[in-house]
Design a protein around this ligand. Sequence first.
Ligand code: GLA
Length: 748
Amino acid sequence: MSILFLKNEKIFALHTKKTTYEMQVDELGHLRHLYYGRRVSGSLSHLYHPADYGFSPNPYEKRLQTGYSLDTMPQEYPGCNQGDFRVSALVPRAGDGSCGADFCYESHEILEGKYTVEGMPSAFARETEAQTLIVKLADPAAGLELTLYYGVFEERDMITRAARIKNIGGQELTLEKAASACLDVPFGDWELLHFHGRHLMERQIERIPVMHGIQTISSRRGASSHHHNPFLILAEHETTEKYGDCCGVMLVYSGSYRLDVEKDQSGGIRVVPGIHDEMFRWPLTPGESFQTPEVLLTFSHEGLETLSQNYHRFIRKNICRSRWTEKKRPVLINNWEATYFDFDTDKIISIAREASALGVDLLVLDDGWFGGRNSEHQGLGDWIVNEEKLPGGLNRLIEEVNRLGMRFGLWIEPEMVNEDSDFYRAHPDWALTLPGKAPTMGRDQLVLDMSRPEVVEYLYERIGALLRNHRIDYIKWDMNRNMTDVYSRALPAQNQGQVFHRYILGVYDLLERLTGQFPEVLFEGCAGGGGRFDAAMLSYFPQIWCSDDTDAIERLTIQHGTSFAYPVSAVGAHVSACPNHQTGRTVPIDTRAVVAMSGTFGYELDLNLLTEAEKEAVRGQITRFHRYADLIREGDYFRLENPDDRLPYLAWQFVSEDQTESLVNVVITHSRGNAPLVRLRLRGLDPQAEYRLAVFDVFGAIGNPESKEAETPEPSGISGGDALMYGGLVLPRLYGDYPSVQIYFRRL
Ligand code: GLA
């Protein structure tokens, strides 16, 4: 039993393999948070001490007992305006304009399996993988019922949470904020790790002390965004990759969100994750409910490495629903950086022919195949093939691609429209625009009003017809601007505060239906690269294009940051041309492949322009990818180093779950004269087992050809897992720009 109710003390204890989460119903019925940390047995009620900090108000019943205050008590889901001055989880506005909520326990249920979240993607459990705790609380005077959901995945060390708020009063009320959960952490010296960025540079790690006051990680862009990922980690000051306490909070949501982190007067930390409350107003008539998105919590006392691995496994096994998640992905060629909008059938076929000869499995036709789409200024929304570019239509092209032994994939951007399109001319009111104002443009396009069911229905028909009428094995689903002018022409004034959230519910509805109806199609998500890289999207898309920056050296930090939360199986990555189109940098083609292989792997360049030597290299890369694909996709991922200006290389490692094989990758990011030797201490091996170094591939020159230095010998032979982990291995000195190494071990 992973969920226990200790009757005498009214404590709920949620146990996973290595963690415990405890809360207690107190004498007034408040649901008090006690503990989230390393697994313990028994009650932790002694951790809560009522203490008077002054200026912290008391519930009426406790007016003579100053230590009891909601302002200082760790809670599971704080209301508002009733004594807790920290960040609220819920702000309800009653019909008479009053605003206040203070929830007390009513009942609870413990169920086998995992609860579901209505209208939004959420984690799922197989058979006995999870248990659910449902706690019902209420504030009858405010006319509110609060249902808290806890999913406990014992083997995965994951706890999921969500909330549902119901109007049980006789009058309409409005939610001005409705967060998913609250995590109070009363003790410890915590730092905040979050993942910020921009287009072409997503998920850069920043680690900062949690300061007194409120730090907010958020997006008001209508998408989870390139700029701040909906994910954070609290790590104790001394926590590293391998040691120490840390706790992750991840939203399963793709729209505007906020994650508030508050350090209060006593040094306690509160984290409140949920939908962004700016421009959010959700009316509830009597009997109606509001469902929040889900949050995934994990805790590790063994450092950040374990925390990340918990998320990787969980996302692969309990979030991604695609049949493709655990399957080897096709090696693809995408024409975007090869041609941009300038292509025709002959050009595409010439790329396909070369790709097929080199062993590529699937050709993706990117933007520009439809309507009058010859630049970003027109055609978006007209999902009809452009026969001037592609005479004979898609089917002819697909037949030719299939004849070359390859499968076919297609780019779409369903949520958007150009003003210069037949679709927009027919439905100008289907875009989000503000009354009487010229719309704000992004990439010269407008955002469709996905809060309108008829828009979702139309797209379902159009995209469904594309998939039905053509042999399409793969879809790249793009979203190339953020939302502004958020106003729906279909909703009355009092419902305009719903548009942001209804938009994303519309997207989920469309994705739910299309991915459900075409389960054999591999869907890849994209939003100008990684602008919507979140757990909710991963529920539909087993992979997401990680960044529009395809420079292998830039990708090292982007993929490194991404790895804190998301599995490598989800990271879309391609080998592109050099000089690189985003940075102008030139990186050896095999190093580009080493980096792209730590993702779903593919190519995005005109293969006809490669030299014979480069084509030979591509053949070798594809062979290596096939050899390592299962290990990379499903193995445990270890960051052997963190990117650091002083460190001239980056290294990372995969180890199969049964510890029988391992792949180590190293890229030299900064070649130096007289460079200190690189010693790598491996992770995750069985210390008692012996490993044979089966492959040692160096992509670049060993040693400076000008120097008379005796060469450092290449590592070889058989070593103990303990020797490789505790002693490590030393690399020969490499020479030139951006050389790389792949080392493959097999257990004897
Ligand atoms: C976005 C994507 C690119 C490409 C273009 C096409 O920027 O991230 O990969 O598909 O759109 O317009």
